[in-house]
Design a protein around this ligand. Structure first.
Ligand SMILES: Nc1ncnc2c1ncn2[C@@H]1O[C@H](COP(=O)(O)OP(=O)(O)O)[C@@H](O)[C@H]1O
Ligand SMILES: [Mg+2]
Length: 237
């Protein structure tokens, strides 16, 4: 049964992320290549937006601009009502740690450390790793189906399990925005669907999710889907 994600008439959905007129070029061996060319996007509370597009079209660059790893040439970004000012690396990493949960294709876990230790890492960086946060981390692992593995070294887990841990880690600091860069690229279709169901669960709790993916299932089930071409986003669903 299809479920409408539209807000009731008269109720404005809260904007979490707003990109306006973003431009970015790189100079490679003397050649100027424009990767992002006047791109705009709105992401509201409780939405999953998917982006697809050919390899090299600039999807990861876009995510890096949102997290502040890459500075745009022009345009501006408003995150939770505040304009992102590209300040020091320390300032930007603090913003990432507190406001944004990130999920990657290669999981980026500390493979020699346990599941719970991986989950506590962002909390340690934030300076808030006391027992209430540990309780919360354990609760998250319950919801992502990883309770049995709390003390398991992540290097021993399967790909699908690793991505469950990475998703769990992404939400420990209670970010309102989750960015996922091809989180299912290393997973089979069934695992990819499981990962998407977890993202839907987070969406239904009010988080906003921007996901880069090539998988039809995700493109079909996202609330909105865009393809990136010529440095801008084109709505396809
Ligand atoms: N730091 C960088 N320096 C120079 N070129 C870059 C850099 N990052 C990305 N690019 C180039 O920008 C283009 C887009 O890359 P990327 O955003 O990784 O694409 P996608 O994620 O869509 O595959 C590619 O041509 C890539 O080579
Ligand atoms: Mg990429």
């Amino acid at each position: 049964m299809g479920r409408s994600r539209k807000a009731p008439v008269g109720v404005e959905k809260k904007s979490i992320l707003s990109l306006n007129g973003i431009h970015k070029h790189f100079s490679i061996a003397g050649n100027r290549i424009t990767v992002i060319n006047g791109l705009s996007l709105e992401l509201n509370e409780g939405e999953i937006v998917a982006i697809t597009g050919k390899s090299g079209c600039g999807k990861s660059t876009l995510l890096n601009i949102i997290t502040g790893i890459t500075r745009p040439d022009d345009g501006h970004i408003i995150l939770k009502g505040k304009r992102i000012r590209y300040r020091s690396d320390m300032f930007m990493s603090r913003l990432r740690n507190r406001e944004i949960g990130q999920i990657f294709q290669t999981f980026r876990l500390l493979e020699d450390e346990s599941v719970i230790s991986n989950l506590m890492m962002p909390a340690r960086i934030k300076g808030n790793a006391g027992s209430p946060v540990r309780e919360y981390a354990l609760e998250i692992l319950g919801r992502t189906g990883m309770s049995e593995y709390v003390n398991t070294r992540t290097g021993l887990l399967s790909g699908g399990q690793k991505q469950r841990v990475a998703i769990s880690r992404a939400i420990v600091n209670r970010p309102s925005l989750i960015l996922a860069d091809e989180p299912d690229a290393n997973l089979d279709t069934a695992k990819s669907q499981e990962i998407f169901k977890l993202l839907e669960m987070l969406r239904d709790e009010g988080k906003s999710i921007l996901i880069v993916t090539h998988k039809d299932y995700m493109l079909k089930h996202a609330d909105r889907t865009y393809t990136m071409e010529n440095g801008v986003l084109r709505l396809i669903k």
